[in-house]
Design a protein. Structure first.
Length: 199
């Protein structure tokens, strides 16, 4: 990065921290020391989560990167989607979703992707497991990203490398998110994998 870019990034990061503090939010920063990892974010219960998460990411010096179906990136809107951090994935391709993202991680020296395993703002009785298999396949840590409205605290509260024992690893996530409260607690998804996805 050149000097001007570094200065702009510094100002943006400081401004984001100031804005979070202005609205009463405190920031937690326990990030992995490596340049490639996966951010798993919860609990997603409100439209307010996105602007707060964007400020949080900026305050942590991270760029929001997310995954979307390739059709969203066609035509002029594709430039916008990529500019907003989107990464296209081909559905029905020879390689499945997990394999495509693992390949992306393997091809790059730096990459941080954010995934909301609940998949919706509404209550769900389980999390999707794609993020876990991506981290395991790419041999990268899972960083636990959260918005806790009960304490007005947000950020990344630690990380771990999947050990291959999915029951043991889901317990780490359950313990971490147990006291984290979304804006609408009744809409929080359960930190739980379906048995068939744990095989």
């Amino acid at each position: 990065m050149n000097t001007i870019t570094l200065i702009i990034n510094y100002i943006w990061q400081r401004s984001a921290k100031y804005t979070l503090n202005l609205f009463g939010w405190s920031l937690v920063s326990e990030l992995p020391s490596v340049q490639k990892y996966l951010l798993v974010g919860a609990h997603h219960t409100s439209n307010w989560d996105l602007p707060i998460a964007l400020l949080m990411m900026a305050a942590l010096g991270l760029r929001l990167r997310w995954i979307g179906k390739a059709s969203l990136f066609k035509g002029p809107q594709g430039w916008v989607m990529r500019g907003l951090g989107g990464i296209p994935v081909e559905r029905g391709a020879r390689k499945n979703f997990v394999e495509q993202i693992v390949d992306l991680y393997n091809e790059r020296k730096e990459m941080v992707i954010t995934i909301a395993p609940e998949g919706t703002r509404r209550f769900v009785d389980h999390w999707k497991t794609g993020f876990y298999h991506i981290a395991e396949g790419a041999n990268i840590p899972i960083a636990m990203c959260f918005l806790d409205y009960s304490r007005k605290t947000c950020g990344v509260g630690g990380y771990f490398y999947p050990c291959g024992d999915i029951e043991k690893d889901i317990k780490i996530l359950q313990d971490f998110f147990a006291d984290k409260v979304g804006r609408f607690p009744h809409e929080q998804g359960q930190v739980h994998f379906l048995p068939k996805e744990m095989k």
